[in-house]
Design a protein around this ligand. Structure first.
Ligand SMILES: Nc1ncnc2c1ncn2[C@@H]1O[C@H](COP(=O)(O)OP(=O)(O)O)[C@@H](O)[C@H]1O
Ligand SMILES: [Mg+2]
Length: 244
């Protein structure tokens, strides 16, 4: 099987400059490989460092040590030391990221927010629009909302717009931060189906799934992110274990 993301020796500490330079060790010496077609679930209590790890995989945070090798077309790129333009390219074509909350851009219509990742990489506008509409319909966003900016939408509606945007491009790697947290059962099921389809086409997925049913439906492995007993000390992340 092809390894699409390979993480080794990854450590991250936050330094709080506004609080006397206090250091918060979030994780230390993480190693993790994600293969094409598999979904790994980051698992652990709130504050354990799951979102920080996911953001590091998207190169939003710079780890203190270690590597994150991502397969980008024919190249292997280490995101820890990549140039900003390389990170932009990797995000355009290789890694999709569904954040926990939609970043609402005032006055931009829902349909355009969803379509944008596809048109940016040169997918023809009509094809992109057709796919965006299909995704919005699958995620039960009423048609009358498609031409409106999502600023006034409910939390669940905004999250579904965010998911539609994240699934517009068939990214080889997908990072999902609690995509079903504010959804009802029917919409959770739609998201489960989208994740299963992405796995079937060979996507490597790293996700945080609050909901046990969703976890059991999509996760191949759990990666435990454990909170250290000592604040300010480094936290331990234990090895991968199979889903029970
Ligand atoms: N930008 C940041 N600056 C400082 N500390 C942060 C930052 N982001 C997260 N943290 C801290 O890192 C720890 C892990 O947070 P997070 O990754 O959001 O946990 P989880 O997603 O597992 O709930 C928490 O103690 C949190 O307060
Ligand atoms: Mg989180």
């Amino acid at each position: 099987m092809i390894i699409l993301i390979s993480v080794g020796g990854l450590s991250k500490t936050f330094t709080l400059h506004t609080q006397g330079g206090a250091e918060i060790g979030v994780f230390d010496d993480i190693s993790l490989e994600v293969r094409a077609g598999e979904c790994i679930c980051l698992h652990g209590p709130s504050g354990a460092g799951k979102s920080t790890l996911l953001r590091s995989l998207y190169a939003n945070y710079k780890p203190d040590a270690g590597h994150i090798i991502v397969q980008h077309g024919d190249e292997s790129i280490d995101l820890v030391n990549a140039e900003p333009w390389e990170v932009v390219e990797v995000r355009r074509r290789t890694i999709g990221y569904v954040s926990q909350f939609l970043r609402v851009i005032p006055r931009v219509a829902t349909i355009d927010i969803v379509t944008e990742p596809a048109t940016t990489i040169g997918i023809p506008a009509d094809e992109a629009h057709a796919k965006a509409k299909a995704l919005l319909a699958r995620l039960n966003i009423p048609k009358r909302l498609w031409s409106l900016a999502p600023a006034t939408f409910s939390g669940g509606e905004q999250q579904r717009v965010n998911i539609a945007r994240g699934f517009m491009v068939d990214y080889p790697v997908l990072l999902l931060d609690e995509p079903t947290a504010s959804l009802d059962a029917a919409n959770r099921q739609s998201v489960v189906e989208l994740i299963k389809e992405a796995k079937a086409r060979g996507a490597a997925i790293v996700g945080i799934f609050h909901d046990e049913e969703v976890r059991e439906a999509v996760a191949d492995r759990l990666f435990k992110v454990a909170q250290s007993s000592v604040r300010k000390s480094r936290r331990n992340i234990t090895a991968v274990e199979p889903v029970a």
